[in-house]
Structure formats: structure tokens, C-alpha cells
Design a protein around this ligand. Structure first.
Ligand code: NDP
Ligand code: GDR
Length: 345
């Protein structure tokens, strides 16, 4: 019998890439999606796996404990990758309770289901560099103290510690991957990189005048999502469950990413002004193409993230390969193609 994996959040960026990887490895994949009035499978469609005979799509909500138990029971899965979450940091300030229920408690529903149905099932928890928040050391590694700065970060920290607690209390194979930001052409448009690449494509094609952003000084460690899901899989193939950082060990500002994206579209950008009056000028047209809008500021910000994935390299043989320049260009090209074709996800 082939290996059987549950991937929660298959409609998201990582869920789609991970499902693709597991199918390539011969797994039977149970991908979960939420019931909504218009379910959107555009990512698995773009990867061409939506009709794969070994992919089974299951309606499931992480906030339902009984559904989590039935999910484990009905699929007889041997691996669970918990990627589902309210994953947008900005929204977590507006919806802290929902975020806690989904992103925090949701993980415990799956851990309980594993404990009840089959404690031998291996569990992957999608932890995050947001748990480091107001960073206590640079670069951040597995032992760096946590200091989350958003309801999302706090909820993820709870799920992270519950994963470790189930490991230590019940011997459950609970792995926690502390992943730094990872992006791709499948990234949601609410996140800053894809918002930038999609807007740059629209500006290039004359469909948008100005890209409005919040904090341009925030620094992030951005990698390529397709490589990060390989790391998730590797975390479940080792002998002992553990915690691993996946990162690139490079950090750049949002402003730098904006410049890179315009460059990838063949546009030179000149920065003028500062703070709320800072703006980027399209050197070809002389018009303002980027402006700061304080409505995108967050009540508390994570100023700098940079991770060191040395442990993942040593134990898992994992390391990032794609440069930020190549990643950015890949995203801009994909968004130019989509916008030319009138595709708008
Ligand atoms: P996305 O936001 O793209 O995907 C999140 C998924 O969770 C979607 O499929 C969403 O479904 C699903 N979901 C949300 N709420 C529920 C719920 N109540 N029940 C079931 N499913 C739900 O996130 P990513 O793919 O980028 O990230 C995957 C995971 O990794 C997340 O947990 C995220 O927090 C974490 N992470 C991500 C990083 C990144 O840089 N991408 C870095 C570190 C951690 P729907 O489509 O219906 O909204
Ligand atoms: P992040 O990603 O909060 O790091 O969480 P996001 O792309 O939303 O923000 C990155 C940084 O950019 C700044 N920023 C803006 N962000 C957005 N979304 N929109 C804007 O207009 C904008 N202007 C500036 C933000 O303030 C922030 O500093 C992501 C998510 O995928 C989480 O689920 C994951 O856990 C972490 O990455 C690691």
C-alpha cells in the first residue's frame, strides 16, 4: 500500500506545492479544503494535479474536533501535514479570536485526533519565524528565544509548544518546522511580495498607476516555497521528531524587493522622500509608481527576520537554492503572463 498523507490547507500556496511533491513521490494524498460559497482550486489547477488519481479532496474545517477525528479515521493516513491556518498577520490583529481558534487550537484538534485514532501517525506543524517577532538574536536559530508580535505569532507559538508537548507527553512524532517567509507565483496577493509583483505587472501593462504599501523598512528572509515543502517532507522521514529552521540566511527590506520587482519588469525606480512621504518614481515615465499608505501599517511590527538553517542542512540535507533575484523575476514573469491573459487570482 502506498504512503497516505493528509495535507490540510491544499487550497493554499504550500498545500498545493506539497501535494504535488507527495504525488510525485507516489503518495496517496488527502487534501483538505474549506466549504465556502465559491471554493477556489486555482493553485492545484495551475500545477496540473487537480485530477490526479491519487489526490482526494476532502471538505474539512480545522476548528472542528470531531471532523479532525473522522479525517484521521477515514483516511488511515500515516502522515499529517498541518498547513491550514488563518495565515495573514495583518488580519490577525482584526480577528484575534478566529486566528487563535484556527491557527492555535486547530493544531490541537489534529494532535488529539492522532492521539485517539493512531499515535503512530507522523505530524508536521507549520510553525513560523513570526514566533521570533521582536528578535532576540541575529540570525535566528532553533534555540533563539521567542517574542511574538501579533495574534498570529502568539497562536502559532501555542501550536508549536503543543506539538512539542505531545511529543514529550505521548511519544507522538510531532515535527515543527520554523519556516521563514517563502514565496512563489502561487503566493496569495494579500502578502507583500505577490502584491508587489502583481502590481508591478499591472503598472507595466498600464492597468495600474500606483502601488500603495505600508512599512518599507521591514526586513525579511525570503525563500522559494517549492523548496521549503521538500524540507517539510524530510522532517517526517528522519528517525526522531524535532524542530528545524528553514531559511536563506539573507535579509532584505520591502523597499529592496520593490526595486528588484520593477527591475525584473525593465523599469528603473528612484526613491524620494521619507517615512509617510516616501515614494518611488518610474525613471522612464517620471511618474510616481509607489507610495506609502499608513493604512497598511500594523499595530506592532516584526522589523527584521533572518534565519540560519544550518541544522536542517546537517540533519536533513536541506538547503535553499533559488536566489531572491531569481525568485522575484519568476514571480514578476508569472504575473505579467496572468495579467496579459486577464487572469486575476
Ligand atoms: P495560505 O494562506 O496560502 O493557505 C492557508 C490554507 O489554510 C488555505 O488553504 C486556507 O483555506 C486554509 N484554512 C484557513 N482556515 C482554515 C480552517 N478553519 N479550516 C481548514 N482550512 C483552513 O498559507 P501558506 O500556504 O503560505 O502557508 C501554509 C502554512 O505555513 C500556514 O499555516 C502558514 O501560517 C504557515 N507558514 C507560512 C509561511 C510562508 O511564508 N508562506 C512561513 C511560515 C509558516 P482557504 O483557501 O479556504 O482560505
Ligand atoms: P509576514 O508577510 O507578515 O511576514 O507573514 P507579509 O508579506 O504580509 O508582510 C511582510 C512585511 O511587509 C510589510 N508590508 C506589507 N505587508 C503586506 N501584506 N501588505 C502591504 O501593503 C505591506 N507593506 C509593507 C509588512 O508590514 C511586513 O513587515 C508571512 C505569512 O506568510 C505568515 O503566515 C508567515 O508565518 C510569515 O510570513 C513567516
Amino acid at each position: 500500500m502506498s504512503s497516505r498523507a493528509i495535507v490540510t490547507g491544499i487550497t493554499g500556496q504550500d498545500g498545493a506545492y506539497l501535494a504535488q511533491l507527495l504525488l510525485e513521490k507516489g503518495y496517496t494524498v488527502y487534501g483538505t479544503y474549506r466549504r465556502t460559497s465559491s471554493v477556489n482550486f486555482w493553485r492545484i489547477e495551475e500545477l496540473g494535479i487537480e485530477k490526479h488519481p491519487n489526490l482526494h479532496l476532502i471538505e474539512y474545517d480545522l476548528t472542528d474536533l470531531s471532523a479532525s477525528i473522522r479525517l484521521l479515521q477515514n483516511t488511515e493516513a500515516t502522515e499529517v501535514y498541518n498547513l491550514a491556518a488563518q495565515s495573514f498577520v495583518g488580519v490577525s490583529f482584526e480577528q484575534p479570536v478566529t486566528t487563535a481558534e484556527i491557527t492555535g487550537l486547530g493544531a490541537v484538534h489534529l494532535l488529539e485526533a492522532i492521539r485517539i485514532i493512531n499515535p503512530k501517525v507522523r505530524y508536521y506543524q507549520a510553525s513560523t519565524s513570526e514566533m521570533f517577532g521582536k528578535v532576540q538574536a541575529i540570525p535566528q536559530i532553533e534555540s533563539t528565544p521567542f517574542y511574538p508580535r501579533s495574534p498570529y505569532g502568539v497562536a502559532k507559538l501555542y501550536a508549536h509548544w503543543m506539538t512539542i508537548n505531545y511529543r514529550e507527553s505521548y511519544g507522538i512524532f510531532g515535527a515543527s518546522g520554523i519556516l521563514f517567509n517563502h514565496e512563489s507565483p502561487l503566493r496569495g496577493r494579500e502578502f507583500v511580495t505577490r502584491k508587489i509583483t502583481d502590481s508591478v505587472a499591472k503598472i507595466k501593462l498600464g492597468k495600474l498607476d500606483v502601488l500603495e504599501l505600508g512599512n518599507l523598512d521591514a526586513k525579511r528572509d525570503w525563500g522559494f516555497a517549492k523548496e521549503y515543502v521538500e524540507g517539510m517532507w524530510r522532517m517526517l522521514q528522519v528517525d526522531e521528531p524535532d524542530t528545524f529552521v528553514l531559511a536563506t540566511n539573507r535579509t532584505e527590506t520591502v523597499r529592496d524587493f520593490v526595486s528588484l520587482a520593477f527591475k525584473a519588469a525593465g523599469i528603473d525606480l528612484t526613491w524620494k522622500g521619507q517615512d509617510e512621504s516616501e515614494h518611488g518614481i518610474n525613471s522612464t515615465t517620471g511618474k510616481i509608481a509607489v507610495a506609502v499608505n499608513p493604512k497598511f501599517y500594523r499595530p506592532a511590527e516584526v522589523e527584521l527576520l533572518m534565519g540560519n538553517a544550518a541544522k536542517a542542512k546537517e540533519v536533513l540535507g536541506w538547503e535553499p537554492k533559488t536566489s531572491l533575484e531569481d525568485l522575484c523575476e519568476m514571480m514578476v514573469k508569472a504575473d505579467l503572463r496572468r495579467n496579459e491573459q486577464g487572469f486575476s487570482f
